[in-house]
Design a protein around this ligand. Structure first.
Ligand code: URA
Length: 231
């Protein structure tokens, strides 16, 4: 792999930025300052440092992010903070993106990765990956409305929503598990039964559960076990 590509993939900057870093002599390969951005390196063996800090090559990264309200599920935005604004420079990778979307005001579990194939699998409508949300609702849910949510409701799509699981925690708090990912789905489902979502937080996606130790705005790398279970 070319040195400049390696540096880009390790989140050191854009192609032109990393070329500058190399020109400035800040990059060493196997202990020797390297001035050629197009140098071919064996990324699995070469010891590459930037300003003396070793860059360890990992093709894919997987971060569990506790999305706070006010952050948009995008990598670029003119007005709002994006998920990437919460990621430390050294953890950034080219092509890091959020797997799916949560609304700006929704909190909770969002997986960030640069592994397109895994993201595709998790988001594929055919896979029916279950997602569990903690939902604060405006009005208590009658058993009749609960049954409607569980059986499927009309949210203005071609088909009714797929069967969902509803656990009533308190009068105005439920856990809702759905296996689709339509735009604003939870809000539209509650609206379809004459209710309203006041607060929404995603707790899990497939086998992945939001780590309770992560505060809103924090993230951590997935463990090997978590990655294996997701694949
Ligand atoms: N359903 C919604 O309505 N909003 C989200 O952010 C996620 C699911």
């Amino acid at each position: 792999m070319r040195l400049d590509k390696f540096l880009c993939e390790n989140g050191c900057g854009t192609r032109s930025q990393v070329k500058q870093l190399v020109k400035q002599g800040r990059v060493c390969v196997d202990g020797i300052p390297c001035k050629a951005a197009d140098l071919k390196i064996d990324e699995t063996k070469a010891v590459v440092t930037l300003d003396g800090r070793e860059l360890v090559y990992t093709k894919f990264v997987y971060y569990m992010f506790h999305k706070p309200a006010g952050c948009v599920s995008a990598t670029k935005d003119e007005h709002d903070k994006t998920v990437l604004d919460y990621i430390r420079e050294e953890d950034k990778k080219a092509d890091l993106f959020p797997v799916g979307r949560l609304d700006k005001d929704t909190e909770g579990l969002l997986l960030l990765t640069n592994d397109g194939a895994l993201a595709h699998n998790l988001l594929s409508p055919k896979k029916h990956v279950p997602k569990t949300y903690f939902v604060q609702i405006k009005d208590p849910l009658s058993s009749e409305k609960k049954k409607m949510l569980e059986e499927g409701v009309d949210i203005g799509e071609e088909k009714m929503t797929l069967p969902a699981k509803v656990d009533v925690l308190k009068e105005n708090e439920i856990l809702l598990t759905i296996s689709e990912g339509k735009f604003h789905q939870v809000k539209r489902m509650l609206s379809a039964v004459g209710n309203e979502v006041l607060y929404l937080k995603r707790l899990s996606m497939g086998s992945l559960k939001l780590d309770e130790n992560l505060k809103a705005g924090e993230y951590r790398a997935l463990t090997g076990e978590e990655i294996k279970e997701l694949c």
